[in-house]
Design a protein around this ligand. Structure first.
Ligand code: NAD
Ligand code: SER
Length: 321
């Protein structure tokens, strides 16, 4: 991997992945693209090349891959779970319409392709704890349907055409650089900002709703390590379970309270997002990722919370009981 193009680069993952790739490969080697053009001061524009790109436009993508001489594409453009449930037809159009275009261009231009899947690729019939690498996948959301179909489509392009497709089933991702894009796990980011703004947060998921989570530096490292892994060892190349910690709103609230003793957490459950969360695993088994390419998270709950507050700051007033 020497020169990369990132779709959906202005989002929660892209903002940090682009920076990590530029740190590793050099600023000019990483072309950030997105449907929306961020402000000139945004890191992905200020720190290197940026181009506006709708991922469903294969011709435009192909022209950019050629002019940038990219050898690897990180395809992050998608609509997430909660947005996808509010606009299911658009979620199919962007998530699947975009992916088939990106795969076709990857085949023609012989570039490697990273595509994230999700815990959303599982459903209410899936064993929940632990959720095996290979198991029942009958999701009940449009987002989940596009994630399963995407895993299968990437497998197809690898076996049929030899495209070097790789992917991870990410859990909920927690980060400080960019806001989340409309998912069910967004509470785990919002809670930090509200804790600092006002000292309180109202969770839209119930107190004991357990989901897999990961801190963004681990998520970014996982994507890069997977794309650098020895292909001979990758049996599950497009859909590796990966996880770092299992959180509930109550458990995360306790960890925040250790830093901000006056923090108050209450609940006003959103039935749509609660139903989505209730259909997802409690704990992924990520042993295939560990065995096939050496996956290992570096952040647990306590070190993640510590690092979030180190970046977001902790007002003195909120530290006092
Ligand atoms: P995000 O919503 O923060 O960012 C997605 C970006 O895609 C946005 O900047 C948006 O402008 C862009 N986009 C939307 N439609 C587009 C189009 N037609 N063409 C080009 N760009 C378009 O999402 P994210 O959290 O960065 O997620 C990136 C990928 O990772 C997605 O495939 C998502 O399903 C997956 N994922 C994310 C999480 C998470 O917790 N963040 C967890 C599991 C999987
Ligand atoms: N964090 C994502 C969501 O909630 C999971 O893919 O949609």
């Amino acid at each position: 991997m020497k020169r990369t193009l990132v779709t959906g680069a202005a989002g929660q993952i892209g903002t940090e992945l682009v920076q990590a790739l530029r740190d590793q490969l050099g600023d000019e080697a990483v072309l950030a693209t997105d449907l929306r053009t961020p402000d000139p001061g945004h890191a992905i524009r200020a720190g290197g090349p940026f181009a506006a790109l709708d991922c469903t436009d294969g011709s435009a993508l192909q022209a950019l891959i050629r002019s940038h001489r990219a050898d690897t594409v990180f395809h992050l453009a998608a609509l997430l779970s909660a947005v996808g449930e509010s606009r299911p037809q658009e979620a199919w159009r962007v998530n699947m319409g975009g992916l088939i275009e990106v795969l076709e261009v990857a085949r023609q231009e012989e570039v490697a392709l990273f595509t994230p899947s999700s815990i959303a690729a599982f459903g209410p019939d899936t064993p929940r704890d632990p959720t095996p690498q290979d198991t029942i996948q009958r999701p009940s959301t449009m987002y989940g349907v596009t994630k399963v179909a995407g895993e299968l489509l990437c497998d197809y392009y690898h076996t049929r055409y030899g495209v070097d497709t790789r992917g991870l089933r990410y859990p909920g991702l927690i980060s400080h650089s960019a806001p989340p894009g409309g998912g069910t796990t967004d509470y785990a980011v919002e809670i930090f900002h509200r804790a600092l703004d006002s000292g309180r947060y109202t969770s839209f998921l119930a107190a004991d709703t357990q989901l897999d989570m990961m801190y963004m530096p681990d998520a970014v490292r996982a994507a890069i390590e997977l794309m650098e892994a020895d292909p001979e060892r990758l049996e599950h190349r497009n859909a590796f379970n990966v996880t770092a910690m299992q959180l509930t709103p109550a458990r995360l609230g306790e960890a925040i309270r250790a830093h901000l003793p006056a923090f108050t957490l209450d609940y006003d459950v959103d039935p749509v997002r609660q139903r989505i969360a209730d259909s997802w695993p409690d704990r992924l088994d990520d042993s295939a990722a560990r065995a096939e390419w050496g996956w290992s998270p570096r952040y647990d709950l306590d070190s993640m919370v510590e690092d979030m507050f180190a970046h977001l700051g902790t007002p003195q007033s909120l530290r006092q009981e």
